[in-house]
Design a protein around this ligand. Structure first.
Ligand SMILES: [Mg+2]
Length: 301
């Protein structure tokens, strides 16, 4: 082979290798593992969720509110330890917390769904729970680690129970526990996870009672009022009743009950719709507008 011909061959090979490398670099990532999107939800993409998600992901005020909630939770635990009335039952103390949008941040999945022209389904959320990677709500890991290290006046640990309406299946629970362990949450043991049995309703009361059978529950944390007390069970069709019941428990907010902000979803949204049922997106939009309290020069707000 002549030197010039060899050089040409080498240059050609080099060009082919470079193009192959560039081509590989530009290949789209393998999306075969992406969560499935239920076809029926392509009518559910809702532009109104964008502001709620941006508030959760970008607003410093959201972050401050979460830290405020966990500061209150810490004050409550500290006070409970010294509250002699709480020792009457002789049972150890427990803290109950919800997971999604209370301890775990799923806003990335909601944003992904929006980009897929879709919205929440149980099937997709199960997939996300198993294969996705939720973040930690600001302040959550630090608070639960603090509570985990505390001892009551009798030298007993405080038990933390993660009561969530995630599906009560081994893959969902195992994966949730694995993700939370990597985030640094304490008490990552199976009996501390009480998820929703598939046939059960959303109420968490039966699971709270299981905890209450062996503990004095000193506080409850959640972004949805049904996370805290049965008083709000079956009220998702009536926003007026929900607000009245909140007022009847005024002394408990920021004390026994710690509520986290969630403008993206929850019973508060369901209560906007007639009979508390989700409908087509167009009908939902119309019902939202009907629910607005509009200022009037004659009647005020
Ligand atoms: Mg929640």
């Amino acid at each position: 082979m002549k030197p010039i011909a060899g050089l040409t061959l080498l240059c050609t090979l080099g060009l082919i290798m470079s193009l192959t490398f560039i081509s590989c670099k530009n290949q789209q990532p393998d999306n075969s593992q992406s969560p499935p999107v239920a076809p029926c939800d392509t009518t559910k993409r809702d532009n109104q969720i964008i502001m709620a998600l941006l508030y959760q992901q970008r607003a410093a005020e959201y972050r401050a509110l979460c830290l405020q909630c966990y500061n209150l939770a810490k004050l409550r635990v500290d006070a409970a330890i010294h509250d002699t009335a709480l020792y009457k039952s002789k049972m150890p103390f427990a803290v109950i917390t919800d997971l999604d949008e209370t301890a775990l941040d799923n806003s990335g999945n909601e944003a992904w769904l929006y980009n897929q022209d879709s919205a929440y389904t149980q099937k997709e959320f199960d997939y996300w729970s198993i294969h996705g990677k939720a973040g930690a709500v600001p302040g959550s890991v630090a608070f639960f680690r603090y509570a985990d290290e505390l001892k009551d006046k009798l030298g007993r640990k405080i038990d933390i129970y993660y009561i969530s309406n995630r599906t009560d299946s081994i893959p969902v629970i195992d994966s949730t526990m694995g993700q939370m362990k990597s985030l640094g949450f304490p008490q990552m043991e199976r009996p501390h996870f009480l998820f929703k049995p598939s046939a059960a309703k959303s109420s968490k009361e039966a699971r709270r009672q299981l905890v209450a059978a062996g503990h004095t529950i000193i506080e409850l944390l959640g972004d949805n009022l049904i996370d805290l007390t049965k008083v709000f069970d079956n009220t998702a069709s009536d926003s007026t009743t929900r607000r009245k019941r909140v007022d009847s428990l005024t002394a408990e907010w920021g004390s026994k009950y710690i509520v986290f902000p969630n403008a993206a979803y929850g019973d508060w949204e369901e209560a906007l719709y007639k009979n508390g049922t989700y409908s087509s997106l167009d009908k939902e939009k119309a019902m939202r507008i009907q629910d607005l309290k509009v200022y009037s020069l004659k009647t005020g707000l």
